[in-house]
Design a protein around this ligand. Structure first.
Ligand SMILES: NC(=O)c1ccc[n+]([C@@H]2O[C@H](COP(=O)([O-])OP(=O)(O)OC[C@H]3O[C@@H](n4cnc5c(N)ncnc54)[C@H](O)[C@@H]3O)[C@@H](O)[C@H]2O)c1
Length: 363
């Protein structure tokens, strides 16, 4: 792809103005690298609400209306419900816009291939943003591991508990499409939120050659199922093994400014360990990163451990990238496809009773 970097603000349209807009917008506020020129959502209430942030922006009920208006757009922030990503993003690329798409990329490899092809055919950039890769405590964890401070890595695990009480309000409409996703085997814990955890595994330790999974189900009520308890294990090409334990605690309360997820990452080395104690919610309220080695515990007290900052930094990274064309996209569409392959290999393994599968061989 030949990309010409922008030397002026990127004319941007927000497509989808729902719950996650509140965080994605942080990369654009007070950022001279973008001009938000359009806001698109079928909901008049959402359009009116978000117009307060961008009084100069034009509003539209659909992408087709925006395109028909003749308004010039360089790039879009695609915040559509996940089931609309594949077709929606192809449409946006076909209209000649660069796309910064929310995760999950799409439900299957056929969709991913369509999206990759559309980006190539239109000579446009497709990014599938991964805000967790901008979480400072995870950066610190990676730096500690790479510094050798805990010795050679012998393994790691991640933990995630979906907690029922606390956090910000999520409108029922934001759950409705999640329930549709669950019906087609793409649940909220493993595929939607879990996408981030799978991403961090790839980001921390590289390509994966084998995945084994045991995906469970908790029936919460009519039409509402949660894909936990679940355990997924894998082996990286380096030989490092990881495991992820996913549970659901419907009556637990967790303090959070956002979603109520209790999340942890812990890497064990030959001579110590390093762990991230929390992320989206405020579960363990100790310093967000702790490192044990040689009989001593070291804590990081001054990291930006506000999960919301990851959206600000991810958005700024995208806009900076569009002005330079340099460095990693975090993630590119190809890298996001590897995350999808990882998830698909877990589903295949679970369906086959937990046998090992190679994500690189998925069709
Ligand atoms: N990175 C993260 O941590 C994170 C967190 C939450 C959600 N997400 C992702 O963000 C995306 C959106 O999630 P959400 O929670 O904001 O959903 P939501 O349902 O709250 O918002 C989606 C919005 O899109 C609008 N919409 C529907 N069809 C449309 C169309 N054809 N054109 C334009 N707008 C349309 C809806 O009216 C709604 O306002 C999903 O892919 C989700 O997985 C990511």
């Amino acid at each position: 792809m030949s990309f010409v970097a922008y030397d002026r603000p990127v004319r941007t349209a927000f497509i989808g103005l729902g719950r996650i807009y509140d965080l994605n917008v942080r990369g654009y506020l007070d950022n001279p690298e973008a001009d938000v020129v359009a806001l698109v959502d079928p909901s008049p209430d959402r359009r009116a609400q978000r117009q307060q942030d961008w009084p100069e922006a034009a509003t539209f009920a659909s992408v087709a209306e925006l395109a028909a208006s003749g308004l010039e757009v360089d790039a879009v922030e695609s915040l559509l419900p996940a089931p609309l990503h594949a077709d929606g993003v192809v449409d946006m690329l076909d209209r000649g816009w660069h796309v910064n798409c929310q995760k999950p990329m799409c439900n299957d490899l056929a969709g991913a291939r369509k999206m990759l092809k559309a980006a190539e055919a239109n000579n446009r950039v497709l990014r599938v943003m991964e805000n967790y890769l901008f979480y400072q405590p995870l950066h610190q964890l990676k730096a500690v591991v790479e510094s050798g401070e805990i010795g050679e890595v012998v393994g790691y695990h991640m933990k995630m508990v979906g907690v029922g009480n606390g956090g910000w309000d999520v409108p029922w409409s934001s759950f409705e499409w999640q329930m549709e996703q669950m019906k087609v085997g793409r649940g909220i814990m493993i595929f939607d939120d879990g996408w981030h955890k799978l991403s961090t595994a790839l980001w921390l330790f590289g390509p994966i050659r084998q995945v084994r999974a045991w995906i469970g189900n908790t029936h919460m009520g009519p039409g509402v199922d949660i894909d936990a308890p679940t355990m997924i294990m894998w082996e990286h090409e380096s030989g490092i093994r990881g495991a992820w334990d996913v549970t659901c605690a419907p009556d637990m309360y967790l303090r959070s400014d956002y979603y109520t997820n209790d999340e942890r990452w812990e890497v064990t080395g030959y001579k110590g360990f390093a762990r991230v104690n929390r992320c989206t919610g405020r579960g363990i309220q100790q310093p967000s990163v702790e490192v044990y080695a040689d009989g001593e515990m070291r804590s990081y007290h001054a990291l930006d451990d506000d999960w919301g900052s990851t959206f600000r930094d991810s958005g700024r990274h995208w806009l900076r990238w569009l002005h330079t064309g340099e460095g990693p996209l975090l993630w590119s569409a190809e890298e996001a496809t590897d995350v999808l392959r990882f998830a698909l290999a877990a589903y295949e393994s679970s369906a086959a009773g937990g046998t090992g599968g190679d994500p690189r061989e998925g069709r």
